[in-house]
Design a protein around this ligand. Sequence first.
Ligand SMILES: NC(=O)c1ccc[n+]([C@@H]2O[C@H](COP(=O)([O-])OP(=O)(O)OC[C@H]3O[C@@H](n4cnc5c(N)ncnc54)[C@H](O)[C@@H]3O)[C@@H](O)[C@H]2O)c1
Length: 266
Amino acid sequence: MGIRLEGKVAIVTGAGQTRGETIGNGRATAILFAREGARVMLLDRNLSSAEETLEMINDEGGECFTFEGDVTSESDCVAMAEQCHQHYGQIDILQNNVGIGFRDAGITKLKEEDWDHIMNVNLKSMFLTCKHVVPYMRARKTGAIVNISSVAAIASTGMVAYKTSKAGVMALTQNLATGNARFGIRANCILPGLMNTPMAIEGFSTSLGQPREKVIADRDARVPLNQKMGTGWDVAYASLFLASDEAKFITGVNLPVDGGQSVRIG
Ligand SMILES: NC(=O)c1ccc[n+]([C@@H]2O[C@H](COP(=O)([O-])OP(=O)(O)OC[C@H]3O[C@@H](n4cnc5c(N)ncnc54)[C@H](O)[C@@H]3O)[C@@H](O)[C@H]2O)c1
């Protein structure tokens, strides 16, 4: 076991994952945080998926517990923060991983209810989790928030609601960083690029009606670095750094984890 998060308590939202062949960003991050010594609260609205993550962490000798909750519900976010504090006595790290792109579309096709749902799950959720965790962090004058945005926020994409919500995550993070710096709380954003996670591969395979091998090949070909997508572990390692004291002078940044996708212009 490592020590980079020794003595720290982390909440990871979306710590289960979409069913599929590879590991999701949230599950990989929860496992890595536990490996590095953090005690971890695994929140997911899909409890059985969070329980799978718990078993993986327990098998490695890590410490964690699961919590069934929907991050679009304010009462669930209140309960999440209270439960974590009751269980472990402190909250040092909040990893806001939950995000979806389901049923997104171009501007003339996107339905109002789908816009609302994506904005709620991707953006309102982070406002709510932060609203209820920040007071615990302020009380101890320390904390690290890592919000998962997406390269889609700054790149060209036809997914209107996903892009807009993820750009909102960047703005929210800047607000959190400036508003909480005097309390010793850091807030940073990660912008994953094209990742080989179940949400992307199994998700697009289903929505586009294409075999997963084709979805993988097409996405791999779009990545500048080695023409290969990243994995959940790449997001996890970037999150580990930003959540740890190694990043103690870093706040308000947007870190692309994208194999160079966001700097390829033209
Ligand atoms: N995979 C990619 O290519 C990619 C690229 C850029 C950004 N991202 C971002 O990475 C993040 C997570 O990706 P992942 O691969 O871990 O996804 P995932 O689908 O594997 O995991 C997300 C988890 O969140 C849970 N969840 C969904 N809505 C919830 C809600 N309202 N309340 C509580 N839990 C909820 C799901 O049950 C699931 O277990 C998302 O924010 C996504 O937008 C992914």
